[in-house]
Design a protein around this ligand. Structure first.
Ligand code: NAD
Ligand code: DAU
Length: 336
């Protein structure tokens, strides 16, 4: 049976991928996750114990990573690397864990897959390309130059460069993908969409950074997982694939849709302090993935996917409510 090592598999997108693999493939998964504030065992609940093993540990722990990668020996076995510090606002408050996990962690994994000659798929972000003007007719492609703005995106860019260097210099068998903004169940409530939903469910107001005109290109996490599986199955070694679902929306539009789906007044939001260095717009051209590997997203209607996400947070208050006060206190301490 195919074996996968999924780093960060107890986080928002990594756990979605583990569920995807369990439902769609004949594979076993070892999850390596440090269970930081962003990881949760609950996101993996209900999966078959004989096919999913959770190892709690650090991707920058060379001995542990070497041991886990060494367990992969079949022709289709692979490491899928999601583990990261992932929130821009946190990277502005304290960049150090971003450098440690995103850069040193990726380096540690690269050395292990090099030693054991194991295939790697590296998960990255469209933020490595910086931002676009609102009226720029070009979207990001695989040929766009790197121009990261934040400590988070710079650390992800550094990790991407390491992966490409290990492919070229050491013949490591790796593919890379850079995806746009994900939404869906199990996303930590510090992030934009779940923060607004949970504020409103608790009788508070939505919080828009700056003018609210910034644009993000939304994709459902299920579609991210199917794209990663496609690349893992049919992608060409050494290649990078951009993942996106043509989901551009301004933050203000997203807040309006959330307010609408909760039957609240369209004005139930506040403008709050803007993020330092706030990227204006991301937009992905995913033609290469669609044309060369035949991938298409399933969630064509963002408002419908968002409505289902609102319902999910309404039904899972036991998961997020215990951390809500702490998250909002952190934002308040930052001036919001
Ligand atoms: P997340 O913050 O929800 O989850 C990250 C997971 O990694 C958590 O389970 C955490 O415990 C684990 N982790 C953190 N540090 C670790 C360490 N040192 N060792 C082992 N595990 C560690 O993040 P996410 O939104 O699910 O993002 C996952 C990956 O996808 C990241 O690489 C991120 O850069 C990338 N990505 C995210 C998005 C998005 O919109 N969220 C878009 C494109 C790419
Ligand atoms: O583009 C992919 C990236 O998307 C991933 O690499 C990151 O891991 C992920 O966190 C996300 O980064 P963003 O910075 O775009 O996501 P965030 O949810 O933090 O913010 C989305 C937008 O909403 C951004 O323009 C900032 C704004 N925002 C955010 C918060 C938390 C608000 O207006 N209000 C808020 O309360």
């Amino acid at each position: 049976m195919q074996q996968l090592l999924v780093t960060g598999g107890a986080g928002f997108i990594g756990s979605n991928f583990v569920h995807y693999v369990m439902a769609n493939a004949d594979a076993r998964v070892i999850v390596l996750d440090k269970l930081t504030y962003a990881g949760s065992r609950e996101s993996l609940a209900g999966l078959p114990a004989d096919r999913v093993e959770l190892v709690v540990g650090d991707v920058a722990n060379a001995a542990l990573v070497d041991d886990l990668v060494g367990r992969l020996s079949g022709p289709a076995d692979a490491v899928v690397h999601y583990a990261a510090e992932s929130h821009n606002d946190n990277s502005l408050n304290d960049p150090s864990p971003f450098v440690q996990t995103n850069i040193i962690g990726t380096f540690t994994l690269l050395e292990a897959v090099r030693r054991h000659d194991v295939r790697l798929h590296h998960i990255s972000t469209d933020e490595v390309y910086g931002d676009l003007e609102l009226d720029d007719p070009q979207r990001f492609t695989e040929a766009t130059a790197y121009r990261p703005s934040s400590p988070y995106s710079a650390s992800k860019a550094g990790a991407d460069h390491l992966v490409r260097a290990w492919v070229r210099s050491f013949g490591v068998r790796a593919t890379l993908s850079n995806c746009s903004n994900n939404y869906g169940p199990w996303q930590h409530i510090e992030k934009f969409i779940p923060r607004q939903i949970t504020n409103l469910l608790q009788g508070g107001r939505a919080k828009l950074y700056g003018t609210g005109d910034n644009v993000r290109d939304w994709i459902h996490a299920d579609d991210h997982s199917s794209a990663v599986w496609t690349i893992l199955s049919r992608g060409e070694i050494g290649e990078t694939y951009l993942i996106g679902a043509d989901g551009e929306k301004s933050n203000r539009e997203v807040v309006s849709l959330i307010l609408e789906s909760l039957d609240l007044d369209v004005d139930d939001f506040d403008h709050v302090n803007d993020r330092a260095g706030h990227d204006l717009r991301y937009a992905i051209d995913s033609s290469k993935l669609r044309d060369e590997l035949g991938w298409t997203p399933e969630y064509a209607d963002f408002s419908e996917g968002l409505r289902r996400t609102v319902d999910w947070y309404r039904e899972h208050q036991d998961w997020w409510a215990p951390t809500k006060t702490d998250v909002e206190n952190r934002y308040a301490a930052g001036g919001q």
